[in-house]
Design a protein around this ligand. Sequence first.
Ligand SMILES: O=C1O[C@H](COP(=O)(O)O)[C@@H](O)[C@H](O)[C@H]1O
Length: 281
Amino acid sequence: MERESATTYEPKRNGEIRVFESPDEISTDLAEYISQISEISVKERGYFAIALSGGPLVSFLGKLCEAPYNKTLDWSKWYIFWSDERAVSKNHAESNYKLIKEGFLTKVPIINGHVYSINDNATVEDAATDYEFVIRQLVKVRTIGVSESTDCPKFDLILLDMGSDGHVASLFPNHPTLELKDDWITYITDSPQPPPERITFTLPVINSASNIAIVATGDDKAKAVRLVVSDGTEGPDAPVSLPARMVHPTDGKLVWFLDKAAAASLEASNGDASSYEHHEY
Ligand SMILES: O=C1O[C@H](COP(=O)(O)O)[C@@H](O)[C@H](O)[C@H]1O
């Protein structure tokens, strides 16, 4: 399939960056990107283990629910996980499960038993422990792969949506969870954004994935995109521990999907393309 027209950059340290003119173009390219990873994973491993997130991300999964993908993808091999969840019931407006269920899962033939949502009927501590246990069992039988470098689960794809403060999943700037090395799943009770209690993948798990995609759209994300993507650490805005900046796949690949608004200050500060290899499709 031919790719939509996009501008892409390949910064040295942060993978590939694709910038799109419209939400529709993001949705089209993201569908093709996910479809290719799904096909490769099913061919190589027999499964496709994908972790999804909350935020506007789900609105970009629309094209995946349409032709040709609704007919051509091997949905029976898809296994669904969440990179993070808010401590609310599954029918609450702030539930990431609800968001993905209504916006995606009800539109494609994914097997119900392959949907691994996070327990909404336990304390966040217990829900995090339960989720890690479930993931460990699935790693044992290799429904989820394992990273040879880190011994962590190796999801075929983790799809993240970056908040305007640079958070991904429920990993927030300068939070002690960013230091965790051994836990796969953890919880917080002091999220700077409501609701305060959340369960989240840790950085070692995110960074062990085969593929990571980060979606960021809207001008409120432009500053965080610049701070995360720039190579420099200078200046008053220099990020100390911006979560999205700490996403570095150990052996996998990272692709950013940005709209023009989110990429605006990136393009302004690198208009001469001096730090980026720049391709037009
Ligand atoms: O709280 C969360 O937010 C982010 C996305 O932030 P937004 O500002 O773009 O809505 C999302 O990635 C994460 O899964 C979610 O729990």
